[in-house]
Design a protein around this ligand. Structure first.
Ligand code: ADP
Length: 398
């Protein structure tokens, strides 16, 4: 059975077509610069190289139509009827969703209601859903929420902010988290690699890419996560500050004659690696600088490492000092031995010991803690798309 996994952004559409239940990727690609004067798309078929086409993509519907035509033209599907379900990644599911959900009028209404909390994302997800409704009428679609894994597990004490209660009841101000699909995948995959049932292990997952978040997972249940109402909370990231004193917002607004929204935008887009280094938001660029002896680059990484370790230490505590494994994933977590070493070196007090040789690999799953480490350390590539495909099979076959 062929299942499509979709991630729609405001000007992009990423897809992976799976053969399920084998979980074989038949084709994948991305449509970009949708809605701009000129767009483009890249598609790679299983076993072939990615090819690139420049074409105007006035809206998501045109992108979906082109995608389906390409699948037919390339013989990846012989008929569109072979596609039995489409799963969409959704950034914000708010308090409503603790599980993935079938796309229907109710769930679409809720995703629409939550646009305020994720303006660019949720709007784009709905546009993507409508484009598939038009071009694959009758095919069941699924919403898979970045928030539902967290929402299912976190207690009130973990997700409530100490703000006026009314802000919560009237506006839904609380922690929702993000990257939930990735954290869930990583915890299950780590348990599988450890040869254990996820119910029997406690794991701290570190999804560290351009966006970065951590989660404390007890027996497969998420007890806390570092992102908040929006992805701005938590650890410093490529362009996001992570936690700061909120007073900074009004202070800078006043000093620079800006409104709060503009300052928050700078906390989202001009801070983190980029803001501190005044050079780049990309870890590779900064690692290169650091290797050349650049003190600022070193400081940037140390600021982040301190905060990441603060979270790990607090999650270790929250999990009762019983942590079986720490997992590193996403662009930086998977690919940067330096990043993993920097973090693990600071975890010595809780008994973490790593093998630097083994750690010096990238982009595949491996354990790099030593046999006498009290906590296992794993590098595991994340796979959000396969979770979307699995949920799509589960819900469309019901
Ligand atoms: P996003 O949050 O946009 O999905 P990614 O997970 O793709 O981000 O991560 C992007 C980050 O991963 C960038 O900072 C990039 O420099 C970093 N990265 C990718 N490959 C490497 C590498 N080989 N070494 C160090 N960092 C890397």
């Amino acid at each position: 059975m062929k299942i499509m996994s979709i991630n729609c952004g405001s000007s992009s559409l990423k897809f992976k077509l799976f053969e399920m239940p084998e979980e074989k990727v038949l084709a994948e690609g991305i449509f970009e610069r949708i809605g701009m004067e000129m767009g483009d798309y890249k598609i790679s078929q299983f076993g072939s190289k990615k090819d690139y086409t420049e074409v105007a993509l006035p809206d998501h519907s045109v992108a979906v139509e082109l995608l389906l035509n390409e699948l037919l033209k390339r013989g990846i599907v012989n008929s569109l009827e072979e596609i039995k379900g489409v799963g969409h990644r959704v950034v914000q599911g708010g308090k409503y969703f603790t599980e993935s959900a079938l796309v229907d009028e109710w769930s679409k209404g809720k995703v629409r209601e939550l646009i305020d909390l994720a303006p660019l994302h949720n709007k784009a997800h709905l546009i993507g859903v409508e484009a598939f409704e038009k071009h694959l009428p009758g095919v069941k679609q699924i919403f898979v929420f970045d928030t539902s894994f967290h929402n299912r597990g976190m207690k009130e004490e973990a997700f409530m902010y100490a703000v006026p209660w009314r802000w919560y009841t009237e506006y839904g101000i609380r922690k929702y988290g993000a990257h939930g699909t990735s954290h869930e995948y990583l915890s299950k995959e780590c348990a599988r690699l450890m040869g254990k049932d996820v119910k029997d292990v406690n794991i701290i997952t570190c999804h560290i890419g351009n966006g970065a978040s951590l989660a404390a997972i007890e027996g497969g249940v998420c007890k806390d996560t570092s992102m908040g109402l929006t992805p701005l909370e938590g650890v410093p990231m490529g362009t996001r500050t992570g936690n700061i004193d909120p007073t900074v917002v009004s202070y800078i607004a006043e000093k620079e004659g800006k409104d709060a929204k503009t300052v928050v935008n700078e906390l989202n887009k001009k801070s983190g690696y980029l803001g501190l280094s005044e050079y780049s938001s990309d870890a590779r660029d900064l690692e290169e600088k650091e290797e050349q002896g650049d003190e600022r680059a070193k400081l940037v990484f140390n600021v982040q490492a301190k905060r990441v370790v603060d979270y790990i230490a607090s999650y270790w505590m929250y999990l009762g000092g019983k942590v079986d494994a720490i997992v590193f994933s996403a662009g930086i977590g998977e690919n940067s031995p330096q990043f993993r070493e920097r973090i693990c070196a600071r975890l010595f007090p809780i008994g973490v010991k790593i093998d630097k040789e083994v750690n010096n690999q990238r982009g595949k799953a491996f354990k790099f803690s030593t046999a006498d480490s009290k906590i296992e350390c794993w590098c595991i590539p994340t796979d959000e798309e396969v979770v979307i495909a699995r949920d799509t099979v589960r819900l469309t076959q019901k």
